[in-house]
Write a protein that binds this ligand. Structure first.
Ligand SMILES: [Zn+2]
Length: 176
């Protein structure tokens, strides 16, 4: 059980480094993503346009009146099985992820997961929803789908019992 840490949300008025992208839903847990991590995820997604690849989103779980998440790190999934339109996280995938978080990133929370849909668009399939419901069931956990061929992507979040596509806040690097 992960407990949110109290911290002011980065979207407070006057922060010019925070940019909303897409439709932010009032009832969804706000998602903040560091721009350099977003670029890293998109670059990684383009490394294979033939088969699905994926990874995990790490960062912080905070609370400012209500919970919000900050994505600060991406780790590629190891030991997956995949083809053009499917991706399976194996026992070794989960073991590697939990080992890396425990040893390299002990302060990080597993905020969600990412995978690609090369040239078949942005949505969560029945199997994707199965993964999300079983492994990312906390109300603040998110999914991200990238189509590296069509150059599209979206986040997905829990809204009630449904997992819906959603916008996010991009945190730009203050040093440019
Ligand atoms: Zn999928």
């Amino acid at each position: 059980m992960v407990t949110p840490v109290a911290k002011p949300a980065p979207c407070r008025e006057g922060n010019v480094n925070v940019q909303p992208i897409g439709s932010i839903h009032a009832e969804g847990c706000p998602i903040f993503v560091e721009e350099r991590v977003l670029e890293q995820i998109l670059d990684f997604s383009e490394t294979d346009t033939e088969r699905e690849i994926g990874g995990f989103l790490l960062g912080g779980l905070y609370e400012d009146g209500r919970p919000f998440v900050e994505v600060r790190r991406f780790v590629a999934a190891k030991s997956t099985r995949s083809d053009a339109a499917s991706l399976v996280f194996t026992h070794d995938t989960w073991r590697d992820l939990h080992h890396r978080v425990a040893t390299e990133f002990p302060d990080d929370v597993i905020l969600g997961w990412h995978h690609t849909h090369p040239n078949f668009g942005i949505f969560l399939s029945g199997y994707d929803l199965f993964i999300h419901r079983n492994f990312f069931s906390s109300p603040w956990q998110v999914a991200m789908v990238v189509d590296p061929v069509r150059c599209e992507f979206s986040f997905f979040q829990w809204r009630g019992d449904e997992v819906m596509d959603c916008g996010f806040y991009c945190i730009r690097d203050e040093n440019g």
